[in-house]
Design a binder for this molecule. Structure first.
Ligand SMILES: C[S@@+](CC[C@H](N)C(=O)[O-])C[C@H]1O[C@@H](n2cnc3c(N)ncnc32)[C@H](O)[C@@H]1O
Length: 250
């Protein structure tokens, strides 16, 4: 019995590998993701989207001169990611913060701290950044943050898809000028968070959605009716979407 199960498992493994190999587009990329090409439709044609187009162009122009090397703290892997732009989004995010000058940035998804450090590096003297995760930054082996960063940065632990967690953090979200959403992209969390953000954020808040080209994010991106601009070519290769939240009711 055990031998049969073992043979079946190894057959499934080989079939899975063969399928992945067959479906893999011809490319030498280290990291591949499936995406969908979706035709341009009216959802991209909000009259107020032109302002986001301008902001993206200004941020891209500024990002050319942004150098985030010092944030890498001597780590080559982090330095490469932080400065690989366009493609990675960190210089673009820092440039955007430098232009918008938000008093409060909220990030959803801290991970190793690259996004938080990039955005915090461009804040004005009164600017603060609150970053949410379900995992404490200290516990990640390749974490880049250190205690000294927590003058401008605060990490809050909790799952914002949980009603109680969201409610207990709604005050900080309601004050945010810029929200960077970079969570699990599991097809459930971001649509739920988007609905909650619509009820909570102040009108005029700028929301940057990471990874809008991932299959789990395509539908959410298409469904957004506020002014929006797909800035993927100027940001992250997996997709960068800018949204200007209009009013809580829309
Ligand atoms: C792609 S990483 C974030 C990368 C980070 N923003 C950066 O720029 O370096 C996604 C993060 O989302 C976190 N995450 C997963 N589920 C979450 C949830 N429900 N609430 C908040 N964060 C979550 C993961 O622990 C992970 O650290």
């Amino acid at each position: 019995m055990r031998a049969v199960a073992g043979r079946l498992a190894s057959k499934a493994l080989v079939t899975g590998r063969a399928l992945r190999w067959l479906l893999r587009p011809p490319s030498s990329a280290l990291h591949l993701e499936w995406t969908a090409l979706v035709d341009a439709q009216e959802d991209e044609r909000h009259p107020a989207s032109a302002e986001l187009f301008e902001l993206a162009i200004q941020a891209a122009s500024r990002a050319k001169d942004v150098d985030l090397s010092t944030l890498a703290r001597g780590r080559d892997d982090a330095g490469r990611l932080l400065n690989l732009w366009p493609g990675e989004h960190y210089r673009f995010l820092a440039a955007m913060v430098a232009i918008v000058q938000p008093l409060l940035v909220v990030e959803v998804g801290t991970s190793t701290g690259l996004g938080a450090l990039a955005m915090a590096s461009a804040l004005g003297p009164a600017g603060r950044l609150v970053t949410f995760d379900i995992v404490p930054w200290r516990t990640l082996p390749d974490n880049l943050l250190c205690d000294a960063d927590f003058v401008t940065i605060e990490q809050r632990l909790g799952d914002l898809s949980d009603d109680e967690v969201f409610a207990s953090n709604a005050d900080v979200l309601a004050r945010a000028d810029l929200v960077f959403v970079d969570g699990p992209k599991d097809g459930r969390f971001e649509p739920l968070l988007h609905r909650r953000l619509k009820e909570t954020l102040q009108p005029g808040a700028l929301v940057v959605y990471d990874d809008i080209r991932l299959l789990t994010m395509v539908e959410l991106w298409r469904s957004i009716r506020d002014p929006k601009f797909d800035a993927t070519s100027l940001g992250h290769w997996t997709g960068t979407g800018l949204v200007r939240f209009e009013s809580p009711s829309r």
